[in-house]
Every structure is written in C-alpha cells, then in structure tokens.
Design a protein. Sequence first.
Length: 130
Amino acid sequence: MRQLDRDLHAFGLSTHDYEILVELSEAPGSRLRMTELADRTAQSRSRLSHQVNRMETKGLVGREECAGDKRGTFAVLTAEGEATIKRVAPFHVASVREHFIDQLDPGELTALAGACEPILEKLRLIRDRD
C-alpha cells in the first residue's frame, strides 16, 4: 500500500484521495452522501470531512446540501476531479499490476481469490445488513 501511495504522489494524490475519486466517479450522478462515502472508504466521518476539505481546496470535489435534510451533505465530483481520475487511473492500474498482480502466477491468483471469497462474502452480508 505504501508503494501504491508513493506512485499516486506523483499526481499530487494520496491513496485516500484516489479512493474517494473512484467512489464518486462510480456513483450515480457522481455524488454520494458524506456518511455513505465514509462507510465506503472505511473512514471516520471526521477524517473524511478533513480529507474532503483538502480535496475541495484542490478543486477535485465539492459539497452540496441534501434537499430536505439540513444535516445531510453530498460530496460531488467536480469536472477537475473527473479529469484527474481519468488521467490517473491507467497509471494506478499499472502500479497495482507491477507491485501485486504480476508477482503472482495464475494459480496463485486463483488460490488468492478463492481464499478471499469467504471474507468478501462476510463483508457483503454485513454491508447488506447495515
């Protein structure tokens, strides 16, 4: 993870920045409630708020109030954020391949996927229950 983070620093991003950009870019309307974004990125509400503040300063994301819910706030991907994720994603994928995927042969990748499946299934059940 440290190496992936270092590779993202060349683009002025951290792993947390990239993860937020990915989540927002894949969300309907490129927006998520801050509480949902915190859950999806496994960050505390406070940590996420500070992270989004830094990303707002860079012009990558914005915030919008939730209509009908004065306490709710959306994090929204900006045009600059969308351009950044499109520019950085191919390099990040190459970094993941170089430092992780390409270090395993096909049999090891299959075994790893099989070993992780019960863990992922448990996490899916927890997510769906919440």
